[in-house]
Ligand binder design. Structure first.
Ligand SMILES: NC(=O)c1ccc[n+]([C@@H]2O[C@H](COP(=O)([O-])OP(=O)(O)OC[C@H]3O[C@@H](n4cnc5c(N)ncnc54)[C@H](OP(=O)(O)O)[C@@H]3O)[C@@H](O)[C@H]2O)c1
Length: 327
């Protein structure tokens, strides 16, 4: 039985705890929050043995095998490192880190300590994604020539936590990381930013981004936003066919078109929820003594944040078409 500790009793930690409660080989053992009061409230909803008023006390508890880091993005890096140094297996919310250098440091530390680490890129661990992956790997749509991804969710500023803070805010780190998480396994050479259009808010936090990314083989469109809601859709266009995925950040359905032959719709419900697959994958890999998961490797996390950071850097440099000034 794997004893889990949760670091940060915020919004997403509740979803994790609900999903973990369905597992036979893992259980919620402890939760830590900056205030004991909130940790106790969490324990009242999700029963566990220990509550802590700081994250270090949880890490010093020898009964804790794995930790789930559910803090705002900016604090992931520090607590990933602390957890690895305490020899706890780590599942950390996306984006695991805020920069490529940070993620490279995490990779090196996990390898040096010989401790499991995985970024909680939940869309890679749902049955629908596994089927999409198999279709693409089997060559069902031929060679991929274009991947379009759009994940735009209206997130009003009032009562948000980290979303609009200059240091860690913006739609790229929060939502765009899912776009990259989806297409990264199918990209064989580094992508470069070809064209970039964006809208920044009054604090220079990006609220809309549309990036065209290219290498010699493929064109990728990454669209993401906090200032509007659109159908969340990804389309993989290949030389023989096309796969269309709705809600690709947590997909259950997709269609497979073979040009001139057929269009087939597939429905793969969660088993039983969208967190379950990533939790199971992390526990299985940890139990087997693996350092990383096959579906979301350490290098995969480096690749994902490298691309997001490159786009963010272009925004910082002003190297983009400012759509706000066109309005
Ligand atoms: N997988 C998904 O579907 C999904 C969905 C949403 C978010 N996320 C990810 O989950 C992470 C957390 O999001 P959330 O909405 O759960 O965040 P949140 O509720 O705002 O905060 C989570 C926790 O972080 C703690 N915290 C806030 N500021 C801190 C600081 N300065 N130092 C130490 N701890 C601090 C909070 O403690 P207090 O209660 O004391 O403030 C709280 O316990 C984000 O990285 C996000 O990308 C994932």
């Amino acid at each position: 039985m794997i004893n889990w500790g949760i670091i940060g009793a915020g919004n997403i930690a509740h979803r994790f705890a609900e999903s973990l409660a369905q597992k036979k080989d893992g259980r919620l053992y402890a939760v830590a929050n900056r205030t004991l009061e909130k940790a106790v409230q969490f324990q009242e909803r999700h029963s566990c043995e220990q509550v802590y008023a700081n994250y270090n006390d949880l890490l010093n508890d020898e009964q804790v095998d794995m930790v789930y880091i559910a803090l705002p993005h900016q604090y992931h890096f520090e607590w990933i490192k602390q957890a690895l140094l305490h020899h706890k297996g780590v599942l950390c919310e996306k984006p695991a880190t805020m920069s490529a250098n940070q993620m490279r440091e995490v990779k090196a530390l996990a390898e040096q300590q010989g401790v499991f680490f995985m970024e909680a890129m939940k869309n890679r661990f749902v049955p629908a994604f596994e089927m999409i992956y198999q279709h693409i790997q089997a060559g069902d749509i031929g060679d991929i020539v274009k991947i379009s991804t759009s994940l735009c969710r209206l997130i009003p500023k009032a009562n948000t936590s980290y979303h609009y803070l200059p240091i860690q805010g913006g739609c790229l780190l929060d939502l765009g990381i899912y776009n990259v998480g989806l297409f990264e396994p199918f990209i064989k050479q580094p992508l470069r930013v070809s064209t970039l259009a964006a809208v920044l808010d009054e604090n220079d936090v990006e609220v809309y981004v549309k990036a065209q990314l290219v290498n010699a083989e493929v064109e990728v469109i990454l669209e993401t936003a906090f200032d509007q809601t659109q159908l969340a859709e990804a389309i993989f266009t290949g030389t023989k066919g096309r796969i269309r995925v709705i809600d690709f950040h947590r997909p259950t359905q997709f269609s497979l078109e073979i040009y001139g032959e057929s269009v087939t719709n597939f429905d793969y419900p969660y088993l039983p929820d969208d967190f379950s697959g990533e939790i199971q994958a992390a526990m299985t890999a940890f139990s087997e003594g693996a350092l990383e998961s096959e579906q979301m490797s350490l290098q995969s996390s480096v690749n994902c944040i490298t691309l997001i950071a490159e786009i963010k850097q272009k925004l910082t440099e002003g190297a983009f078409i400012n759509l706000a000034s066109d309005v």
